[in-house]
Design a protein around this ligand. Sequence first.
Ligand code: ADP
Ligand code: 5GP
Length: 201
Amino acid sequence: MSGRLYVISGPSGAGKSTIIHHVMKEIPDLGYSVSHTTRQPRENEVDGQDYHFVDKQTFQRMIREGDFLEWAQVYDDLYGTSLSGLHRRLDMNMDVILDVDVQGAGNVRRKFEDAVLTFLLPPSLEVLEKRLRNRATESENAFRNRTEKALLEIRESRDYDYIVFNDELRDGVKRVVSIILAERCRSRLLFPKAVEIFRIP
Ligand code: ADP
Ligand code: 5GP
């Protein structure tokens, strides 16, 4: 038996990493696969907690050595989910949550058929823009890249298992937690050994 992958995707600024950090507090036995990226850290971002920030050579070496479950160029930077740690957690029957863009979600699904794909939807494009502006001082180019890609990504949301509306943070977190707990119940019911635990003598 192996743990399961819970993929949180959606436009940049939708609230993926914020939601993931809150969900981790609610479900402490969930592992978090922190992505690698070549982009520069923003103010307040912590290496190893928000991302593993690496240079291009390191990232390219990891690609050559087959260290990634998936990777993608997003805007002008590289982002990827490293395999080290991921399989160890899954083999220990630990569920793992990860943050990827829409292309990454498709790639994860191809390798892990039973991955649960959740799309985080911002309440509107105006709110998304406000969140992006409040989050960090980024170049106008970086901001435009993110808002332009958002519309394309929202069109892809129909291919996901779940769409979560992230209006109020408290509600967004609750919705993601419910998805994970409901999926855990469902897989237990399909797994005979777990059913045995509940068998009436
Ligand atoms: P992503 O990981 O999807 O790029 P972030 O988690 O960095 O997005 O969130 C973008 C910004 O929006 C952050 O400043 C975060 O604090 C804020 N944010 C996230 N979710 C909400 C929410 N439900 N309500 C208000 N602000 C939010
Ligand atoms: P940001 O720079 O705003 O933190 O992230 C930019 C985009 O990269 C977001 O859409 C985010 O979901 C995506 N992303 C973050 N980590 C990964 C990853 O490991 N793989 C892929 N494919 N995309 C990622």
